[in-house]
Design a protein around this ligand. Structure first.
Ligand SMILES: NC(=O)c1ccc[n+]([C@@H]2O[C@H](COP(=O)([O-])OP(=O)(O)OC[C@H]3O[C@@H](n4cnc5c(N)ncnc54)[C@H](OP(=O)(O)O)[C@@H]3O)[C@@H](O)[C@H]2O)c1
Length: 323
């Protein structure tokens, strides 16, 4: 029997991972799932995390708890973004180590990479330049998470791994008008525009920046794939001080193309206009997924199919959305 602690099991990624692990259990695997929501265990509280780890002694930890948000939230609450993430990671990793955890998976983000680097972004671009200023505090915390894992591996011989997802979307996403990421924000705007019979929707900037989107069920699959790899395979495909693995679908789409897709899925038939007076941000953000595909994993869910499912989830859960 393997005891797995999924930290952040109520979040978009954590809940998708939990669904996969529950399905494995139903299929006959012997997994004891351990979960605590934030009210039961605040991962920022070192003493509480220490007590929890010593009481439960998980074999495996999946660290999907984090303070997460879009540009607005990162810009408005930079102190919360760096402090909360550093503390959650440091406490979970150190106290997990003290309690003898066998393996740990840390979830980072593509924003760890410097701005202006060649696309697609390779793992070895880490720490080669200056970060995007808007989410630098969050990115620094995520880089520290990778370095925590690597340092414990080097000093203590642990088996702590890191995955860096691209933009994720899917059931459980945050559709808050100010705190959400681009895809759920577009779903909400086009849905509301359709409901209100608006003639047009204006999207920020020229619509030409290109971004990559991965369905959260694919992300959950990839996380468990990386977690299940034999240690020798993980180590042979990464480096001691460059041990993280990018997770993406390897394809990008322009924001305007994405807006047209969301309009189609939500049934909005008005005009889509761009507003070139607003800043565009980085021209392209695409992960190089060579490391992961060489090991045998590739995304399965196409964007149109994924957006349709996410819109259905949005409609079903509209009443109790965050915000
Ligand atoms: N979403 C994306 O597009 C994306 C992209 C790249 C990487 N990631 C990474 O994937 C991971 C999961 O993200 P997500 O999108 O699933 O985020 P999410 O939906 O916001 O979930 C985060 C979870 O962490 C929990 N949490 C926050 N602070 C906590 C605390 N102090 N103690 C205990 N639990 C706490 C939250 O609990 P509450 O519900 O109580 O707040 C929530 O369940 C993060 O590491 C994120 O950086 C996400």
């Amino acid at each position: 029997m393997t005891k797995i602690f999924v930290a952040g099991h109520k979040g978009m990624v954590g809940s998708a991972i939990l669904r996969k692990l529950e399905a494995r259990n139903a299929a006959g695997e012997d997994i004891e799932l351990i979960t605590r929501d934030r009210n039961q265990l605040d991962l920022i509280n070192q003493a509480a995390v220490a007590d929890f780890m010593l009481e439960e002694r998980p074999d495996v930890i999946i660290l999907a708890a984090a303070r997460v948000g879009g540009i607005y939230a990162n810009n408005t609450y930079p102190a919360d973004f760096i402090y909360d993430n550093l503390m959650m990671q440091a406490n979970t990793i150190q106290q997990g180590f003290e309690a003898g955890v066998r393996r740990l998976l840390f979830l980072g983000s593509s924003c760890i990479y410097p701005k202006g680097i060649p696309q697609p972004m390779r793992e070895d671009s880490l720490l080669t330049g200056v970060l995007e200023p808007t989410n630098e505090p969050y990115a620094i915390a995520k880089i520290a998470g990778i370095k925590l894992c690597e340092s414990y591996n080097r000093q203590h011989g642990t088996d702590f791994r890191s995955v860096m997802p691209t933009n994720l979307y899917g059931p459980g996403d945050n559709f808050h008008p100010e705190n959400s990421h681009v895809l759920p924000a577009l779903i909400r705007r086009f849905h509301e525009a359709k409901e209100a019979s608006f003639d047009e929707v204006v999207i920020w900037g020229t619509g030409s920046p290109r971004r990559e989107f991965l369905h959260v069920d694919d992300m959950a699959e990839a996380s468990l794939f990386v977690l299940d790899l034999p240690r020798e395979t993980y180590e042979a495909n990464t480096q001691k001080m460059l041990s993280h693995i990018n997770v993406g679908c390897g394809k990008d789409v322009s924001i305007l193309e994405l807006a047209h897709l969301v309009a189609k899925v939500t049934g909005f038939t008005g005009e889509i206009k761009t507003d070139p007076s607003k800043p565009d941000g980085t021209k392209q953000k695409l992960m190089d997924v060579g490391r992961l595909s060489k090991m045998g994993w590739g995304a399965q869910i196409e964007l149109d199919q994924g957006v349709e499912g996410t819109y259905r989830w949005f409609l079903d859960n509209h009443a109790d959305l965050r915000g």
